[in-house]
Write a new protein. Structure first.
Length: 169
């Protein structure tokens, strides 16, 4: 199974181990960011903090919400207030989606969802997140988001997951 498969199918511990192995060979900011994301999603507070501390303040502001939504305390002050521009996050998600970068699009949409308070905006972001999760073949997230879709939209949107061999039921 490839690293992308591990991550997109929700095996965050497995993908974290693979990212750490890659970091040992060739350190890069992108790999640190991926290791951080996997650590947050795996619930590994120690590793999440370690990788978070290796990121620039600008990148930290963009990604802090990933651990926050997984209830992982990164220590220090929260950056959510400065990184919760719903429109900017949605735009970044749309940009990633438009070039078939579905996993990053999902991350941006979910960050925006975590910030959104308007019910109409939240509903739109759930739909966008679901479509991105299906296209990223992230079964775990697709199932979680499917349950949040209005029943009237589930049948219509489920076909996107089925087309990508993702069973949300």
């Amino acid at each position: 199974m490839s690293l992308a498969d591990l991550f997109s199918q929700g095996d965050f511990r497995g993908s974290l181990a693979a990212f750490e192995e890659a970091l040992a060979c060739k350190p890069s900011t992108d790999l640190v960011k991926l290791a951080y994301t996997a650590a947050c999603n795996a619930g590994d507070q120690g590793k999440a903090r370690r990788y978070y501390s290796q990121l620039s303040p600008r990148v930290q502001a963009d990604v802090a919400v990933i651990c926050e939504r997984n209830r992982i305390d990164l220590g220090g002050s929260s950056t959510t207030a400065t990184s919760c521009d719903v429109d900017a996050l949605e735009k970044r998600g749309q940009d990633a989606f438009s070039i078939a970068q579905f996993a990053p699009a999902l991350t941006y949409f979910e960050q925006a969802l975590g910030c959104a308070t308007n019910p109409t905006t939240r509903s739109k972001l759930v739909k966008l997140s679901f479509v991105a999760a299906c296209n990223a073949r992230n079964t775990k997230e697709a199932k979680r988001l499917f349950a949040q879709l209005p029943a009237s939209k589930q049948k219509e949107l489920e076909v996107i997951c089925l087309r990508n061999s993702v069973d949300v039921r």
